[in-house]
Design a protein around this ligand. Structure first.
Ligand SMILES: *Cc1c(COP(=O)(O)O)cnc(C)c1O
Length: 236
């Protein structure tokens, strides 16, 4: 059952996020067309997702395979691509590969291998981002920055996979200064990745920033921001 919702309120929120993207980009001499808005639509009804797909959103970000399947089935994204941004279990990879235009949250060799074999079976190349865990939070997915280049060496030998860049989720408790440092470190890592000339790597996407942090992220070089609450409201 879909709950009633206010389309004009949704439009106002999307417009407000867009304006903030424009302002942050301008502040650092960047163009807002170089920053993708990925709407994190977890726990949203297909009707709400579909309404937002007609607004200024570039892609949708899903955390759960089941919700992605439902939204796809109900054609909620219209013609917009869908990204997978949540924790992905290796046994669920076959349900996500080929459906998500980009899997943003690849943080282990095992996941790389599973995505590669699923993609080879489908005869596709799956675009992915590597999730970096700079906070070294045990509860959080992602790899430490020292592990990035060993992981890239491993990925270079795999078929069916193409690394498009990096994704980071700083610790929720970090303040502005700390959060910006996480973004700067990830940006620096991305710049190093670009100079390495790896096989299976076309690094053009730096995914950083959520509702409370996307403006800082853009100032620090993000090319994609993942915004949920500022578009859909607080989750219950
Ligand atoms: C939910 C989520 C977001 C969006 O967070 P908000 O605070 O709602 O903007 C971004 N990235 C990931 C990985 C998420 O799970």
């Amino acid at each position: 059952m879909s709950r009633p919702f206010d389309t004009s309120e949704l439009q106002r929120r999307v417009d407000a996020v867009r304006e903030k993207i424009d302002r942050s980009a301008m502040k650092v001499g960047r163009q807002s067309k170089d920053i993708l808005l990925c709407a994190a639509c977890k726990a949203q009804d297909s009707a709400v997702v579909r309404a937002s797909a007609e607004m200024g959103i570039d892609a949708f970000g899903e955390n759960r395979m089941q919700e992605m399947a439902l939204h796809l089935n109900e054609e909620a994204y219209l013609d917009k691509p869908c990204h997978f941004i949540g924790h992905l279990q290796t046994n669920k990879v076959k349900f996500v590969a080929g459906k998500a235009a980009l899997i943003q949250s690849v943080g282990s060799v095992r996941l790389f291998d599973a995505i590669s074999s699923a993609a080879v079976k489908l005869g596709i190349t799956q675009d992915v981002l590597i999730e970096i865990n700079l906070g070294r939070e045990e509860s959080k997915a992602g790899i430490a920055k020292e592990e990035l280049f060993p992981l890239m060496d491993h990925a270079a030998a795999l078929s069916g996979i193409r690394v498009r860049g990096l994704m980071v989720i700083p610790p929720v408790m970090a303040d502005e200064k700390e959060t910006r440092i996480y973004f700067q470190e990830t940006h620096a890592l991305m710049e190093r990745l670009k100079t390495q000339g790896y096989e299976n790597c076309l690094p053009d996407t730096l995914s950083m920033g959520m509702s409370d942090t996307f403006e800082w992220a853009i100032e620090e070089g993000a090319t994609l921001v993942r915004v949920g609450r500022s578009i859909y409201g607080e989750r219950n």
